[in-house]
Every structure is written in structure tokens, then in C-alpha cells.
Design a protein around this ligand. Structure first.
Ligand code: ADP
Length: 637
């Protein structure tokens, strides 16, 4: 046989990952068993799925199971499944490379800080390679279902640079992973220890996990007795898929560990919902909201995290059709009673049952969020419950906002879940309802401003009059805000109004005196405005006096129907076409600099400086920065 032995190198990323695994995950060694049992269970799921089309794949072993065994003398621990198995090529491909996309991005995220990296690795799912946390050599023997016994494979590696593969004869289908335990990992050669780990992480696996029964043997002639292992096997887990059990039979710990396994997350989830839905479409859903954003949250192309089962048979991971994109942070399982077992991704998009599941799951997630949000204001809620929605919002709020444009049917529910920072709140804790509740007598709109950062929003000159009058303004700095807010024209009958767009109309918030003053100013300034317009005709669409400024001489705003300057900038940065639209310059008739304009010999330069400064104050840049500097310097000199 040895002539067919090949030595191959790991893909560079695998070698790197292996190094990290053995060094970073050391504090949580025991998860290796969870990962290997999970792989064994996946392999059985795959067999069951392929056997739908070819029943012969079951051969003479139709009962799928996982066996855990060990040999104290040889210091080996083995996990055997009778699932789909691996061909030689599959062993080379799957155990020598990382097939998952995004590996490079993931590697780039690693910081070198062990604790942080361990979390990230857990999230990414180290899977098979976690065996090397406790083993200095791993041997995998396998035969793929449907292949003859001579086409078995032995894969073996010490987990450094390379692995070996050779053909072997293996009568039984499926895979045995044998770990040659390190010196310091002897504790895993004990039944009670292994049972404990299985109970903790793998109890919910829907297959029997078997271990040898132990018996007490009396010691002869006054010698101490001992436990001996027998040839009888017993099932050591519950062996029914967690979501198929009645809620009352599942503990919080079990829900949590199930989540940690399917989501590859060390942290417990923030919330979950487990329901059996009956009606026109019948399905079970177990949906979780994580407490932390995954590293690839911003990839909208990324598959969603919900697994699809049909009548307990695993069909596919990442079933994107089960939830809208803006809920891509949700993890969990949907098990349908109606879908055909051979459902394909294409079919999923069109299925009426899937549509019903998608609508039902969306509603369920929104009500989970509403419950968390409700606890914020509930006096009787625990401190931990009160803080949960804020944690959710900090991690996923910006993603949820996408729903305003994406999910018309649920827009109002989503709007109620939004949280913003404002001129009276440093952190995003203000809901639109809170804002409405605090609106001033006579205030007719919900005011907001968008900027690149919250700090820039907070110090924008456009807020001056609002601050003076004590009117709250919502501050927004997420990239998605501009776009999302375009889809939300009003909240509960009150329009949303950007303070950086169009002329300010404070409506009833302005008293008669102020209005009269403003009209007079507009009148007396007419000739100056006309000259400004002429001087700035290439830059500004219009020049007008404003009552929105208190301390600043001028500001730029978008025209009433123009795109906001912030959005235009964002699109430009993203290389998108931006419709040509000049801003409006607004001047403060009470400001000394503006008053000085009339009669100044520097009128032309002052006009341009005023305009360029207004751009700067709003987070933009003068079109010709060098010319701006020159003008300012000329005046300074
Ligand atoms: P993941 O399971 O997340 O894909 P792993 O590193 O755990 O990543 O495993 C890599 C691949 O090796 C799996 O996708 C699967 O194809 C294969 N594999 C691992 N364990 C088994 C097993 N017990 N039986 C069959 N294939 C397996």
C-alpha cells in the first residue's frame, strides 16, 4: 500500500489557522469534541440527503449514529460516524484547504491578542482543525458511501506543514477520526469527562451518540474495585433535534449551547424565539439574535445564517430566502413540514410556503426586538434585560435601518425600533416616539441632521437656531441613514425634516417679532444678495438670508428638492454618478462679517471665503482649496 502514499502541504491559510488554533483556543480545549461531533452529525445529514435520491447508499447500515471511544494505553480518542464519508480526493480537498470564502478577510482581522482572536476563531468555526488543540497527530480513516471498500482513505497529519494520504481498505462506510492525545490532554481518556462534554455541547444532536457502558468490578482479595468498560454501547445524549422538543423541556442552557454551536459564537445570544407554526404552512422556527456582530456583517451578499430542514432532514445552510437581507444577523433553524425534500435554492425563491415562512419569521424577529425594546422602559425588568436592546442596537441597528427601504410592509414596526443620538442624548437611545413626546408646542416636524460623524453633526452651524430655541434634533452618522431616511417620510403622522435641506421653516416656533425681523432683513439685504448671487453664480444655486444661524455667518444647504450634500459626497466617494446640483448659500444677516459685505472693497473675495467656509463647516471641501487659502491670506495680510 505504501507506494500510493502521498505527502501534501496544507494550503498556507490552513497552516496559519492551525497555528492559531493550537495557540489561541487553548483555554477552551474541550470544544474540539463539539466540533468533531458536529462534523460527524453533518456527515450523517449529508448521507440522509443524498440517500433520498439513492436509497442504496445506506448499504446494510440504515441507522445513523456516532460512536466515541478511547484507548488508554495507546492514548487515542476516536469519533466514528457512519455518514457520507470521504473519498481520497475529498480528504485532500476538504482536510487540506479551507473552502470557506472570506478566509483572507478573516485572517486580516486577527489582532494578535489571544483572547480576542480566540473569539474570532470561534466565530469563524475552526471545525476539524480544532482536534489539534489536544492532539499532536490526527488520523482520519474513511470511505465514501457508494464506493467499494478498496477505495477507503487514510489521512494523517501532525498539524504542522503537511499531511499524508493513502488508499486503504475499509469495509464500513463513514469516517473515524482518531486523535493521538498530547501529553497534557490525558483527561479526555475518561468516560465521565467525555459524557460531560457531550451533555454540555452535543446533547441536542439529532442522532444517537454512543459510548461504551462501564461496569463496577469488585477488586479481588480486598483490592480496590474499579470501573471497567464493556462491549455494550449506550446512548449518551438525548438524540432528538433540539427544536423538535417542546419548549418546556428545553433549558436556557440548552438553547444557549445550541446557538453557540450553530452560530460558532462563544457569547450567549441576546434573545431567541422557538415556535411551532401551524396553519396554511406548517413549520418550526428557532431563531436567535446574537449579542455581537460577525466580522462579515456588512457583506450583503453573504448568505443568511438560518439553516433549512424539511421534516428533520437537513437541506441547506444559509437559506437566504428564509429571511430578508436586513435581518441577516439572525441565526437559527427552520424546519418545514410542507416543502419537498429535493427543494433547490432556485425553487426556494418561488415557493409559496417559503414566502409564508419568510413573512412569519420576519414578524417573529421584529416582535423579539419589540420585546427587548419594551424591557428598556419596564421598571420591573432586570438591569440586564433593560440594557439588552441598547446592545442590540449598537451591534445591528445600522443593518436594521436597511429594512426601511427593503420591507415596506413592516416599515412602521421598524420605525418604532429605531434609536438615534440627538442634541439631548449622547448615545443612540432616542426613539422617534420619545422625540415626539418631547416636541415643543407648535413644532410640526421631527428634525434631523446627517453628517460623517456624530461629532460633526453635533457641531454643525445648521443646528444653531434649534439649539437657541431648545428644539431637539436627531443626529445621524451611519452611512445608511441618508438612504434609509429617504424611505421614511413621516412617523406617526409627523413629517421628518432634514435641517440641512431647503429653507428652515420653523413654522409656529417662530414668533411674530422674529418673522417680521426676518422679512425686513430679507428686504434690506436684497441688493447684497443680488451681488452675492452674481459673484457666486458658478458655485451656488441661490443665496438667501436665513434665521437658522446664530453664531455662524453662513451655511450651505441642499435645495428643497436637491440631494443632501452629505449623500452627494457619499455617492461621489463610492464612484457613483451624482446629479449636478449646486447648494444654496444662506447668510446670517446679524453676523458682523455679513454686515461688513456691503461697501467692502473685498466684496468678491469675502463672498468666496464665506461660501468656502460654509462648505468646510459642513464637512465638505472648497472646490479649489489653494484659491481659498490665498484669499484668506490676502485678507489676513
Ligand atoms: P466545516 O465543517 O465548517 O466545513 P471543517 O474544517 O470542520 O469545516 O471540515 C472541513 C470539511 O471536511 C467538511 O466540510 C467536510 O466536507 C469534511 N469533513 C469533516 N469531518 C467529516 C466527517 N466526519 N465525515 C465526512 N466529511 C467530513
Amino acid at each position: 500500500m505504501s507506494q500510493n502514499k502521498q505527502t501534501l502541504s496544507f494550503q498556507a491559510e490552513v497552516a496559519q489557522l492551525l497555528h492559531l488554533v493550537t495557540h489561541s483556543l487553548y483555554s477552551n480545549q474541550e470544544i474540539f469534541l463539539r466540533e468533531l461531533v458536529s462534523n460527524a452529525s453533518d456527515a450523517c445529514d449529508k448521507l440522509r440527503f443524498e440517500a433520498l435520491a439513492d436509497n442504496g447508499l445506506y448499504e446494510d447500515a440504515p441507522n445513523l449514529e456516532i460512536r466515541i471511544d478511547f484507548d488508554k494505553d495507546a492514548r487515542t480518542l476516536s469519533i466514528t460516524d457512519n455518514g457520507i464519508g470521504l473519498s481520497i480526493q475529498e480528504a485532500i480537498d476538504n482536510l487540506g484547504t479551507i473552502a470557506k470564502s472570506g478566509t483572507r478577510e478573516f485572517m486580516a482581522k486577527l489582532s494578535g491578542d489571544q483572547k480576542q482572536d480566540a473569539q474570532l476563531i470561534g466565530q469563524f468555526g475552526v471545525g476539524f482543525y480544532s482536534g489539534f488543540i489536544v492532539a499532536d497527530r490526527i488520523t482520519v480513516e474513511s470511505r465514501r458511501a457508494g464506493l467499494p471498500p478498496e477505495q477507503g482513505v487514510r489521512w494523517t497529519s501532525g498539524g504542522t506543514g503537511a499531511f499524508e494520504v493513502e488508499a486503504i481498505t475499509r469495509p464500513q462506510r463513514g469516517t473515524t477520526v482518531t486523535l493521538h492525545l498530547r501529553e497534557d490532554a490525558g483527561e479526555y481518556l475518561a468516560t465521565w469527562k467525555l459524557k460531560g462534554i457531550v451533555g454540555k455541547y452535543s446533547d441536542h444532536i439529532g442522532l444517537p451518540i454512543l459510548m461504551r457502558k462501564e461496569e463496577w468490578k469488585e477488586g479481588a482479595d480486598g483490592q480496590p474495585g474499579e470501573m471497567v468498560r464493556t462491549d455494550d454501547w449506550e446512548t449518551v445524549n438525548q438524540a432528538s433535534a433540539l427544536w423538535t422538543r417542546p419548549k418546556k423541556d428545553v433549558t436556557d442552557e440548552q438553547y444557549t449551547s445550541f446557538y453557540q454551536q450553530i452560530a460558532h459564537d462563544h457569547e450567549p445570544p441576546l434573545a431567541w424565539a422557538h415556535n411551532r407554526v401551524e396553519g396554511s404552512s406548517e413549520y418550526t422556527q428557532l431563531l436567535y439574535i446574537p449579542s455581537r456582530a460577525p466580522f462579515d456583517l456588512w457583506n450583503r451578499e453573504k448568505p443568511a445564517g438560518v439553516k433549512l430542514y424539511v421534516k428533520r432532514v437537513f437541506i441547506m445552510d444559509d437559506a437566504q430566502a428564509l429571511l430578508p437581507v436586513y435581518l441577516r444577523f439572525v441565526r437559527g433553524v427552520v424546519d418545514s413540514a410542507d416543502l419537498p425534500l429535493n427543494v433547490s435554492r432556485e425553487l426556494l425563491q418561488e415557493s409559496r410556503d417559503v414566502r409564508a415562512i419568510r413573512e412569519g419569521s420576519t414578524k417573529r424577529v421584529l416582535s423579539m426586538l419589540e420585546d427587548m425594546a419594551k424591557a428598556e422602559k419596564d421598571e420591573t425588568a432586570s438591569e440586564a434585560d433593560k440594557g439588552r436592546y441598547a446592545r442590540f442596537w449598537a451591534e445591528f441597528g445600522a443593518v436594521l435601518k436597511e429594512g426601511l427601504g427593503e420591507d415596506y410592509a413592516n416599515r412602521e414596526r421598524i420605525a418604532k425600533l429605531l434609536r438615534f443620538a440627538s442634541t439631548s442624548a449622547d448615545t443612540p437611545t432616542v426613539s422617534l416616539a420619545d422625540y415626539k413626546g418631547r416636541m415643543k408646542e407648535g413644532q410640526e416636524a421631527i428634525y434631523y441632521i446627517t453628517a460623517d460623524t456624530l461629532a460633526a453633526a453635533r457641531s454643525s452651524p445648521q443646528l444653531e437656531v434649534f439649539r437657541k430655541k431648545g428644539i431637539e434634533v436627531l443626529l445621524m452618522a451611519d452611512r445608511v441613514d441618508e438612504w434609509a431616511l429617504n424611505h421614511l417620510h413621516d412617523f406617526d403622522g409627523t413629517p421628518l425634516q432634514s435641517v440641512a435641506k431647503g429653507a428652515v421653516d420653523l413654522g409656529k416656533l417662530q414668533d411674530e417679532d422674529e418673522k417680521k425681523k426676518a422679512e425686513e432683513a430679507a428686504e434690506t439685504f436684497k441688493p447684497v444678495l443680488a451681488r452675492l448671487k452674481e459673484a457666486l453664480k458658478d458655485k451656488a444655486q441661490d443665496v438667501r438670508v436665513t434665521s437658522r444661524l446664530v453664531d455662524s455667518p453662513a451655511c450651505v444647504v441642499a435645495g428643497d428638492d436637491g440631494m443632501s450634500l452629505q449623500l452627494a459626497r457619499m455617492l461621489k466617494q463610492a464612484g457613483q454618478p451624482v446629479p449636478e446640483s449646486k447648494p444654496v448659500l444662506e447668510v446670517n444677516p446679524d453676523h458682523a462679517l455679513v454686515r461688513k459685505l456691503d461697501g467692502s472693497v473685498h466684496f468678491h473675495d469675502l463672498a468666496h471665503i464665506l461660501f468656502d467656509q460654509a462648505l468646510l463647516a459642513e464637512g465638505g471641501l472648497p472646490e479649489d482649496p489653494a484659491a481659498y487659502v490665498k484669499r484668506v491670506n490676502a485678507l489676513l495680510a
